[in-house]
Every structure is written in C-alpha cells, then in structure tokens.
Design a protein around this ligand. Structure first.
Ligand code: NI
Length: 177
C-alpha cells in the first residue's frame, strides 16, 4: 500500500463522473482501498474518494469522528447511493483535501439514507444525520465530479483556514429549511 499524491481542484479527474465497480471483492479494489486508507491517514482528513488519488472509480472511505473528537471506525463504501430524507437543510463548515487551505460553509441535508458495498461484497445500508450525513454527501459528490464550493450558497463564507480559525465563529451559520 502507498501514500499517494492527492488531486487538487482544477485536475480533470475531479470533474469526471467515476466508473461503477463491477466486483467489490476484486483484488485491485482491495489494493485501491488500502492506498486510500494510507493516503487519508497521512493527510489527517476524515474522508477520501478514489478520484482524489486519480482513480475514477466509485469508492469512498471515511471515519466519522467520535463525539470526543477522536477518529472513528473506518467505513468503506463501494458504488454508494445517497438518498436525502425529509428534514432540515443545515449550513456547516467543510474542508477538502483537494481544496487545501480553505474552509467553506455548505448547505446539506441533515438526514440521509445511504447504501453501498463493503470489501466483502456485503450491502451496507444505513441512515445518518448531522456531521455523519454531511461527510457521506461530501465524499459521494466527488464520484459525480462535484467539489464542495459548487454546493455553496454564499461565497462570503469561503475562508482561508488560518482566518477561519481566528474568525470562523463570527460567521452566523444557521439551519435553514
Ligand atoms: Ni473532499
């Protein structure tokens, strides 16, 4: 397994619709996920999609942080599908390893259901809310060539990380319908 260079905004692979995986249990998929885990752990992010390591296939991985802020259990989703459930839309801060140095406030559905396959070929079928739902929507967007700035409603809420750390709490973010 290897730590791979991450594609940054502007690279065509991030705009492409990624290809479905024919066999989630195939050896090359296992290797791809291994590389994604190494690359994610090296970067310190919470999630990664295959196109971010220049592989245009429908695979995402993520770790939802625990309430104490610790790194959570790893999820691997192959050929994921996201269904937005009825409920509020909330605006929250996001960053992306392909958009380094920036944070932006993005409106997202607060409740989703998602399905996909793990490396054993087993169906994963979960409901999620809040930050968990946000991470899944962000990562799965990568598979359709969408980066979070394209989801932003207000570009005044795009900031450099250093400034965001200093002033981010001054931005009024609210749950809207
Ligand atoms: Ni991202």
């Amino acid at each position: 397994m290897a730590i791979l260079k991450l594609a940054r905004m502007g690279h065509p692979v991030l705009r492409r619709k990624a290809e479905a995986v024919a066999d989630p249990t195939a050896e090359d998929v296992r290797r791809l996920v291994g590389d994604m885990i190494d690359s994610l752990d090296d970067s310190g992010g919470v999630g990664l999609a295959a196109p971010q390591i220049h592989v245009s296939r429908r695979v995402v991985i993520f770790r939802v942080p625990t309430p104490e802020g610790k790194s959570g259990e790893l999820s691997v989703l192959i050929n994921p599908e996201v269904e937005l459930l009825p409920g509020a839309v909330a605006t929250g801060w996001e960053g992306c390893l392909s958009v380094p140095g920036l944070r932006g406030a993005v409106p997202r559905a607060t409740r989703i259901r998602y399905r996909g396959f793990d490396l054993a070929g087993k169906l994963v079928d979960r409901e999620a809310e809040g930050y968990h739902a946000r991470i899944v929507q962000h990562e799965c967007d990568h598979l359709d060539g969408v980066l979070y700035p394209q989801r932003m409603a207000d570009f005044r809420l795009l900031a450099f990380v250093e400034e965001w750390r200093r002033y981010g709490e001054e931005f009024p973010l609210s749950a809207d319908e």
